[in-house]
Design a protein around this ligand. Structure first.
Ligand SMILES: Nc1nc2c(c(=O)[nH]1)N[C@H]1C(S)=C(S)[C@@H](COP(=O)(O)OP(=O)(O)OC[C@H]3O[C@@H](n4cnc5c(N)ncnc54)[C@H](O)[C@@H]3O)O[C@H]1N2
Ligand code: MOO
Length: 390
C-alpha cells in the first residue's frame, strides 16, 4: 500500500488543465483566473474627497480662518474652476477635489453664514484627500492563476474589466454503484438504503468550482457499470463510488480495466479510504472511491478536491494542515494514516468516540479531521496534533 502523500502525487499527475474561456464578470466568482489581467484605469481617476465638507488650500487651514464658498463639487459633478486664496468649494464624499485645493475640512469643523465659512476651534487633521490612483494605476495587474473571491470580483469591476479569462469548469461524472442504493425520495426495498455520499461529493465539487454530473446509479453487474462509464465519456474526471473493495460484487476495477483503465494505484495506507483506486480512462482521469459514506467524503477532501483544483490550473496543494492540543487522551494508531472525525473546541481538538466509516451523523458534527501518522503511539491530552479543517 502506498502512502497518502504518494497517492496524492500520483493523482495530481493525472490532471490535465482545462482550456481558457471567457466569463462575464458577474459570473466570475469561484472561477479560476487563467491569464493576468490589467487595470484599464486609475482609481480614483482624480484626487477624491474622503469626507463631506469644504475643499481649500491646506496652507490656509487654521482655526478662525474665513473663506468665500465659490462653488460645489459633488460625486459625478465636479467643480470646473480653480480654488484661489481665501476660497473654498463645498464638497461631498467621492467628489473630485478641485484644482488649487489640497485639503478638505469636514463640515463639522466649519460654521457657515451664507457664502462665507469660518473654521472652528475644533479643527481636526486632514487632508481627507485620496490621491489619484491610490488604489491602483492603469496597468496594475491581478495575477493568474487565482481562484476569484467576491473581493477579487469587486476589484476587477473597479478596473473596468467586464469579461475575464477563466479556466473551463472541469466536468466531473459521479457514478454511485450498488444494487442496494436508491435515490433520496424513492422508496427503498427492505434491503436497500439511500445513496448519500454521491450527493455530498456533488456539493463538494460544486463548492470547489467544478461542474458535477450525477449519473444514474450503476447496478452491481458489468453491463450496468459499462453503461454508466459510457455516459461519463465526455467528463474530465470520472468518480466512482463503491464496489472498490475485494467482495464478489466489487466490479469497478475489473470493468474499468476491461474498458482500458491505466491504473496509477490501488489501495492507500489510510483510514478511512483504504480501497482507493486512481488512473486514466480514455481522455479522463478516474478516481474509484470506497463506498462507505465517510470514506468517500474523506477521499473527496484529500484527493478529489486537489485534483479538481489542479485541473483548474491552481498550484498543487494538499489540504492545509494546522495543529492544536488534544482535549483528551487518545490510544495508539495502527499502520494506516488515520483521519479521525473531530470537533474543534475553543482551545483544542477532540476526536469523536465513534470512528466507524459508515457514520454520517458523526461526519456532519465534525469540523475537522484529526490526522494521526501511521504507527503513532498513544497521546496524552495537551499534545499538539495535526488536523485538516472541514
Ligand atoms: N474483506 C474485506 N472487506 C472489506 C475491506 C477489505 O479490505 N477486506 N475493506 C473495507 C473497507 S476499508 C471499505 S472502505 C469498504 C469499501 O468497500 P467498497 O468500496 O467496495 O464499497 P461497497 O461495498 O460498495 O459499499 C460499502 C458500504 O457503503 C455503502 N455505500 C456504497 N455506496 C454508497 C452511496 N453512494 N451512498 C451511501 N452508501 C453507499 C454500501 O451500502 C456499503 O454499506 O469495504 C470494506 N470491506
Ligand atoms: O478504510 Mo474503509 O475506507 O475504512 O472504511
Amino acid at each position: 500500500m502506498i502512502s497518502v502523500e504518494t497517492a496524492l502525487e500520483k493523482i495530481l499527475a493525472l490532471a490535465t488543465v482545462t482550456e481558457v474561456e471567457t466569463a462575464p464578470l458577474a459570473d466570475a466568482a469561484g472561477r479560476v483566473l487563467a491569464q493576468d489581467v490589467a487595470a484599464r484605469r486609475d482609481q480614483p481617476p482624480f484626487p477624491s474627497s474622503a469626507m463631506d465638507g469644504y475643499a481649500l488650500r491646506a496652507a490656509e487651514a487654521a482655526v478662525g480662518a474665513r473663506f468665500d464658498v465659490v462653488g460645489t463639487s459633488a460625486a459625478g459633478h465636479g467643480f470646473a474652476g480653480t480654488v484661489g486664496p481665501g476660497q473654498a468649494v463645498r464638497i461631498f464624499t467621492g467628489a473630485p477635489v478641485p484644482d488649487g485645493a489640497d485639503r478638505v475640512v469636514i463640515q463639522e469643523d466649519v460654521t457657515r453664514d451664507g457664502d462665507r465659512i469660518t473654521l472652528s476651534d475644533t479643527l481636526g487633521g486632514g487632508p481627507h484627500v485620496r490621491p489619484l490612483g491610490v488604489d491602483f494605476r492603469t496597468g496594475d495587474t491581478v495575477a493568474a492563476p487565482r481562484l476569484l473571491r467576491p473581493e477579487d470580483v469587486a476589484l476587477l469591476a473597479a478596473m473596468n474589466i467586464p469579461e475575464i479569462p477563466v479556466r473551463r469548469r472541469p466536468v466531473v461524472a459521479l457514478i454511485a454503484t450498488g444494487d442496494e442504493l436508491v435515490m433520496p425520495g424513492e422508496t427503498p426495498a427492505p434491503d436497500q438504503i439511500i445513496a448519500s455520499n454521491s450527493f455530498g461529493l456533488k456539493a463538494m465539487l460544486e463548492a470547489a468550482g467544478a461542474e458535477a454530473r450525477l449519473l444514474p446509479i450503476a447496478r452491481d453487474n458489468a453491463a450496468s457499470l459499462k453503461t454508466a462509464f459510457a455516459l461519463a465519456e465526455e467528463a474530465d474526471l470520472i468518480v466512482t463510488i463503491g464496489g472498490a473493495s475485494v467482495g464478489d460484487h466489487d466490479l469497478v476495477a475489473p470493468v474499468a480495466e476491461e474498458l482500458g483503465l491505466e491504473r496509477a494505484f490501488y489501495k492507500v495506507a489510510m483510514r478511512p479510504g483504504k480501497p482507493l483506486m486512481a488512473g486514466r480512462l480514455g481522455g479522463a482521469a478516474m478516481l474509484g472511491l470506497p463506498g462507505n459514506p465517510v470514506s468517500a467524503m474523506v477521499c473527496g477532501q484529500l484527493f478529489m478536491l486537489p485534483l479538481v483544483r489542479a485541473m483548474m490550473g491552481l498550484p498543487h496543494s494538499p489540504a492545509p494542515r494546522r495543529s492544536r492540543p488534544l482535549e483528551a487522551d487518545i490510544g495508539p494508531n495502527g499502520p494506516r494514516e488515520h483521519y479521525m472525525r473531530a470537533r474543534l473546541t475553543e482551545t483544542g481538538i477532540a476526536a469523536f468516540d465513534s470512528q466507524d466509516s459508515s457514520l454520517l451523523t458523526v461526519l456532519a458534527e465534525a469540523d475537522a479531521l484529526l490526522v494521526r501518522p501511521p504507527g503513532d503511539g498513544a497521546r496524552k491530552a495537551g499534545t499538539l496534533v495535526d488536523y485538516i479543517a472541514l
